[in-house]
Design a protein around this ligand. Structure first.
Ligand SMILES: Cc1cc2nc3c(=O)[nH]c(=O)nc-3n(C[C@H](O)[C@H](O)[C@H](O)COP(=O)(O)OP(=O)(O)OC[C@H]3O[C@@H](n4cnc5c(N)ncnc54)[C@H](O)[C@@H]3O)c2cc1C
Length: 469
């Protein structure tokens, strides 16, 4: 039986350990904390996962919390305009429907639960913060050592891949608060959605439903521009003060979100988190002092900024890709070439996440603001952007290059016009007042997207472009 050591009990390490265990491999999992310490500790992420990544958990029957966790069927984008009396107005605002729902299960619940399951199924858990010297010894006893230790110190084993890492300093400062008592967005009270609020020059506020230790909660997550007007969490250690700051920023920069947050309270003493890191891609193979090789997993090798909410999704995809590669390898050695091919298999999806996340960290060019603005007028655009969170490779087709964006928007306008004409024809045939029907369709289209009409939405885009400058 092949013996595998996995260091790190997070999304990727545990998913892979449980997957390999179910296929008869002999697994040792090394974790710096016990399940109880994880469960009772501080929040670690906002961990919103989309359909494809959730599918990998379902494939392994690890979706233990799917029935209890809230289902986010929508993904919304709002852009704040320049300050005005009464706070920043929204110049862009829409919600797109996800083809499959997204869910966020507090990693404290999930990792603790998965670790206990792994042990109950006969897996060996070693509670120890592994050092390079430990791995040097252990590598000789295992057929394969996988380092899935997130952004911890073991990343020093893996050199930074400068060609794939355009930033060498943090681009956002992160501040998270899990709360109870958040109201629904009044425009769409019946849709649970992940809300991306973009405040040019300041940062982003993400709001999403989640399942935590005390049941349904919502997460308020500020990503602030370092040195910018909202970068103010450093030195705050008191959770209540942290929440107060989160709310102050919401009141000032995103008053539409603040309006539903006036009664919130923290879910528990560990409900807040702050910090910052530079997004970094690393070379996937680490060489130990004694010559042994280890393979990096998920965040160890590709740590993107969470601005696009992709890290847990990528960790699930990485674990799924590595599982396939290990199974396909059979009894042959896990040598350097196999490690490289295995990482490349993961990079095929991770490269799209890295490109998109890094693009979102820069001020958006005009064509992207136009695209976001078009989401207000055209549900098809809102739908496509929203579902890009599940499959970021689609952004290659309409997001990065102005020409492709323009061609896509022309296509959508043409399809919308054709649909309106068809509706008029149907209406004429049935002797109904044609324009009434067309108008009704247009009104419905805009109501779903959250704008009054296309022309009005178009008018607001230049304002949004100016706000980003
Ligand atoms: C504020 C914030 C918000 C985020 N929001 C989202 C989101 O909405 N959606 C999304 O998809 N992603 C999100 N992410 C990213 C996501 O949380 C991570 O990308 C994901 O958890 C990475 O999984 P992983 O398995 O690589 O590492 P981790 O989940 O970090 O797990 C690594 C584990 O290894 C342990 N460890 C570390 N060093 C050692 C050692 N030496 N020995 C033993 N164990 C060790 C750690 O304690 C940890 O348990 C967010 C991240 C942050 C910081």
């Amino acid at each position: 039986m092949r013996k595998i050591l996995i260091v790190g009990a997070g999304q990727s390490g545990l998913q892979l350990a449980l997957g390999l265990q179910s296929r008869g491999y002999e697994l040792t999992l090394m974790s710096s904390r016990t399940a109880d310490e994880i469960r009772g500790g501080r929040v670690m992420s906002t961990q919103c996962m989309f359909h494809t990544a959730l599918g990998h958990e379902r494939d392994l029957e690890l979706n233990f919390w799917e029935e209890r966790a809230p289902r986010a069927w929508g993904l919304g984008v709002s852009v704040a305009g320049p300050p005005a009396p009464g706070g920043h107005p929204r110049v862009i605002d829409w919600v797109g429907r996800l083809d499959g729902y997204a869910q966020s299960v507090d990693q404290r619940i999930k990792m603790a639960g998965w670790m206990e399951t792994f042990e109950q199924r006969g897996g060996q858990v070693v509670i120890h913060g592994a050092a390079v010297s430990d791995l040097d010894v252990l590598a000789r006893k295992y057929d394969l050592v996988l380092v899935a230790a997130g952004k911890g110190e073991l990343v020093s084993l893996f050199g930074r891949d400068a060609a794939r890492s355009p930033y060498d300093t943090p681009r956002r400062a992160l501040a998270v608060a899990y709360v109870h008592g958040l109201g629904p967005r009044p425009e769409h009270p019946d849709v649970d959605a992940v809300r991306c609020n973009l405040v040019p020059g300041v940062g982003e506020l993400f709001v999403m439903p989640a399942l935590t230790n005390s049941g349904r909660a919502d997460i308020l997550f500020w990503e602030t521009v370092p040195g910018g007007p909202a970068d103010s969490f450093q030195g705050i250690t008191d959770p209540s003060e942290h929440l107060e700051r989160v709310l102050e920023l919401m009141e000032h920069f995103t008053p539409w979100e603040y309006a539903r947050a006036t009664k919130v309270e923290l879910t528990d003493a560990g409900a807040t988190l702050s910090g910052r890191y530079a997004p970094t891609v690393r070379h996937p193979i680490g060489r130990l002092p004694g010559g042994g090789l280890v393979l990096g997993v998920a965040d160890v090798v590709v740590a993107n900024d969470p601005i696009t909410g992709q890290g847990s999704n990528s960790a699930a995809k990485c674990a799924a890709a590595y599982l396939e590669s290990i199974l396909e390898r059979g009894d042959r050695p896990f040598d350097e070439e196999w490690m490289r091919t295995t990482f490349d298999r993961y990079w095929e999806s991770a490269r799209h996440v890295t490109k998109w996340s890094n693009a979102m960290l820069a001020p958006p060019p005009e064509h992207i603001v136009n695209l976001l603005g078009a989401g207000s007028a055209f549900p098809a655009v809102a739908h496509r952007i929203a579902n890009g969170f599940d499959d970021p490779s689609d952004f290659e087709n309409f997001f990065y290059e102005p020409e492709k964006t323009a061609a896509y928007l022309d296509e959508v306008r043409e399809e919308t016009r054709a649909a309106e004409v068809e509706a008029c024809d149907v209406a004429e045939a049935t002797e109904v007042e044609a324009c009434d029907v067309a108008e009704a369709i247009a009104a419905e289209v805009c109501a779903v997207a959250g704008a009054d009409d296309e022309a009005e939405a178009d008018d607001r885009v230049p304002e949004a472009v100016r706000s980003f400058r």
